[in-house]
Design a protein around this ligand. Structure first.
Ligand code: ATP
Length: 312
């Protein structure tokens, strides 16, 4: 059994018609079992097309794909997959429990498992109290939580979520994030499609950015948002002679105000150096000059900064 939740090899899609649209250019992509993976891209980048191909809802023009080690052309590949589509709808006249039951029947969950699972999941998404209320009375956040419960009914090992926090308030978003983290800890791979980059940054281990059907970036959030070779430094004040010895690499941003009474106030600076050896040499110089280091961190940009820089 492969330890990959998703793998594509040269997978592409061109929609036919009078003016064919190359929605997805040949794509090689892997998502590891248990990983939380974010698929990003501007409108029309090809994200939904990729998800449709993986879920067997559209046929590839070329290439191949596997989910949980099985060919995406085989319906069995989707037996252990859960899916929350964007803008999903439940029949409004059903209660939360009835809606879950209906979707579980369609997913061929056994009768015994269905009842037990529905109760567990309603509890898990904090909808037990509303289980017997009609879905038509649910708020947007409740509907999203019910949608996630629906996607979990068949105990998936791979969960596709399209904009799971769409329209959900900050507290509800936090709940959904906590739930996704718990699922990841249980080993469920999550394939998240979202425009909310600050949220993706919090939830995802790795992301890929599509633009005009091409994969333009892929990597861990940490690697992609770390900018080159600049480190932020918090330290005690840096004597002038040490600062001038390091003036090619050190920029003191914010020395504590001279008048400050607070002896613990720290100086903020940045070190722009070639590599880790040069960073350590600069730190040695500071330490030899009596400077005490509180923290050294690689300077990072937000995922949104990165996104905007690669898609515009
Ligand atoms: P969004 O963020 O707006 O949902 P997306 O990244 O999911 O966008 P897709 O829906 O995959 O993008 O669309 C990719 C391209 O394929 C777009 O140019 C779109 O117009 C086109 N497209 C999508 N579905 C079809 C279709 N059924 N027939 C023809 N063209 C399509």
């Amino acid at each position: 059994m492969s330890d990959l939740a998703v793998r594509t090899t040269g997978l592409s899609k061109t929609y036919g018609g009078r003016q064919p649209v190359e929605a997805l250019k040949p794509l090689d992509l892997s998502v590891t079992a248990g990983e939380t993976f974010g698929l990003l891209g501007p409108n029309g980048a090809g994200k939904t097309t990729l998800v449709k191909l993986l879920l067997g809802l559209a046929r590839p023009t070329s290439g191949s794909g596997e989910i949980l080690g099985q060919d995406i052309r085989q319906p069995e590949a989707r037996a252990a997959v859960g899916y929350l589509p964007e803008g999903h709808r439940f029949p409004t006249f059903l209660t939360g429990s009835e809606a879950l039951d209906l979707f579980a029947r369609m997913a061929r969950v056994s009768d015994a498992d269905r009842r037990q699972r529905a109760g567990e999941l309603l509890e898990r998404v904090r909808l037990s109290d509303a289980a017997n209320r009609k879905v038509g009375t649910y708020s947007k956040g409740m509907l999203q939580r019910l949608g996630i419960a629906q996607a979990l009914m068949n105990r998936p090992k791979l969960l596709f979520l399209d904009e799971p926090t769409d329209g959900v308030d900050p507290v509800g978003r936090r709940d959904i994030r906590d739930l996704l983290e718990a699922l990841r800890d249980e080993g469920v791979a999550i394939f998240l499609n979202s425009h909310l980059l600050s949220e993706v940054e919090l939830i995802c281990d790795r992301v890929a950015i599509l633009n005009h059907g091409y994969l333009v970036r892929e990597g861990t959030v940490m690697d992609l948002t770390t900018t080159g070779r600049t480190w932020r430094l918090h330290s005690t004040s840096i004597p002038a002679e040490i600062a001038s010895a390091l003036d090619t690499v050190l920029t003191v941003e914010e020395p504590p105000a001279e008048s400050t009474e607070d002896s613990s106030a720290l100086t903020r600076s940045t070190l722009a150096v070639e590599d880790r050896a040069a960073l350590n040499a600069a730190l040695d110089t500071l330490r030899a000059g009596g400077v005490e280091i509180e923290s050294v961190e690689p300077q990072r940009q937000s995922l949104e900064d990165l996104f905007v820089s690669v898609v515009t």
